[in-house]
Design a protein around this ligand. Structure first.
Ligand SMILES: Nc1ncnc2c1ncn2[C@@H]1O[C@H](COP(=O)(O)OP(=O)(O)OP(=O)(O)O)[C@@H](O)[C@H]1O
Ligand SMILES: [Mg+2]
Length: 356
């Protein structure tokens, strides 16, 4: 029998005992009144010369025993059940309070984390903007102070200014992209796309860059034909970011392979390289904004450190997830999932995205 039914049965028994005790008390008090009347009448008869009355004390002792028994039967179990109920309630109250405190602590920690991320973000943005801005300011002043008429350096200084202005434009463009996706202002056109064509288009787009870096770019055809439910533009942006990284962080002579593994609800696309790899301790933070394993190297290569963050947000907007596996000096594989068109038609994946 479950705890709740046990309590109900106990309460029913206590109620029955209480009613029984009240009934016994009612009849007993009637008997007391009758005994008094009879005893008074017998006393009166005895004093008028009749028979001696039966012991009044003896009768009262019997009545007292009856009252005591009915009280014990009716009252004590009620007290016991009430005490147990109070104990049970206090236990429940303590458990509820403990749960509430734990939930409050979790929410508090999450708020602290969000606040920390926000502060870090402001610091990072200022830092990222300050360096190119300072450079533009410095070279402009140098030119105004006379370097403009220095034929040896003026063009070089102007090129540096242009390079930094382009960097600023890239950072602001990436930040705006991120904010558009995060605030769900980015418009996505979700429709079925054959996965193999998505991969081929991305390869065609990046092949000239890979060839310039003398890196082989290959498609590993998916084992089975699959269609993804996605925005073609967004997937092209995801794959370009991953291929751009793979090319940047793979030395000449290396190899990059892309492919896909169709699943039941999701299809997993992947980009594998034989590049420099990533130390294991850096992997958990890799998708954070501005996070770079080697800041100087990334800047040198024109990186803003926002590429993977954009990838993560675009993938999440499709209802998928992104992850990475890597071995230092051996290479990395970046994976991301997209909903299968068939499953999306059946409404199976978490389809928040299908509405937009
Ligand atoms: N395939 C890879 N191999 C080795 N390291 C990588 C690879 N992809 C990313 N990384 C590391 O992750 C960091 C973050 O990548 P992300 O794409 O976000 O920034 P980025 O490439 O430096 O700049 P951006 O993409 O904005 O031009 C890189 O700086 C690099 O250290
Ligand atoms: Mg990148």
């Amino acid at each position: 029998m479950s705890g709740r039914w046990l309590w109900k049965a106990a309460l029913a028994v206590v109620c029955l005992l209480g009613v029984a005790a009240l009934t016994v008390d009612y009849f007993t008090s009637r008997e007391v009144r009758r005994e008094y009347r009879e005893s008074a009448a017998e006393q009166a008869a005895a004093s008028a010369g009749g028979a001696a009355p039966a012991s009044f004390d003896g009768r009262m002792a019997r009545i007292r025993a009856t009252i005591l028994l009915s009280t014990l039967l009716g009252f004590l179990p009620a007290v016991a059940v009430a005490a147990l109920a109070a104990l049970r309630m206090s236990r429940r109250f303590r458990a509820t309070m403990k749960r509430k405190v734990e939930q409050f602590e979790r929410e508090h920690a999450e708020l602290e984390r969000v606040e920390r991320v926000r502060k870090d973000f402001v610091i990072n943005v200022s830092h990222e903007l300050r360096t190119p801005l300072a450079s533009i300011q410095g070279y402009t002043e140098t030119l105004l102070d006379g370097a403009l008429s220095d034929p040896e350096n003026n063009v070089r200084f102007l090129k540096i200014i242009r390079h930094n202005a382009e960097r600023l434009a890239r950072i602001t463009e990436d930040l705006l992209t991120l904010s558009r996706i995060e605030q769900k202002r980015q418009k996505f056109e979700f429709e079925p796309h054959p996965v193999e064509s998505l991969l081929e288009e991305a390869l065609d787009l990046m092949r000239p860059i890979a060839e310039r870096s003398r890196i082989a770019l290959e498609l590993s055809p998916p084992a089975a034909a699959a269609e993804a439910w996605c925005d073609g533009e967004a997937v092209s942006q995801i794959l370009s970011n991953l291929l751009d990284n793979a090319i940047k962080y793979t030395p000449a002579g290396g190899r990059i392979t892309i492919g896909a593994t169709p699943g039941d609800k999701f299809v997993e696309l992947w980009v594998r390289d034989t590049g420099i790899g990533i130390p294991p301790e850096e992997l958990p933070r890799l998708f954070e904004r501005f996070y770079r394993v080697d800041k100087a190297r990334s800047r040198e290569l024109g990186g803003t450190g926002l590429g993977l963050s954009i990838v993560k947000h675009l993938v999440a907007a499709h209802g998928g997830s992104a992850r990475v596996e890597s071995r230092l000096n051996e290479g990395s594989t970046f994976y991301f999932t997209l909903p299968c068109a068939e499953a999306a038609r059946r409404g199976e994946p978490d389809a928040e995205f299908t509405a937009s």
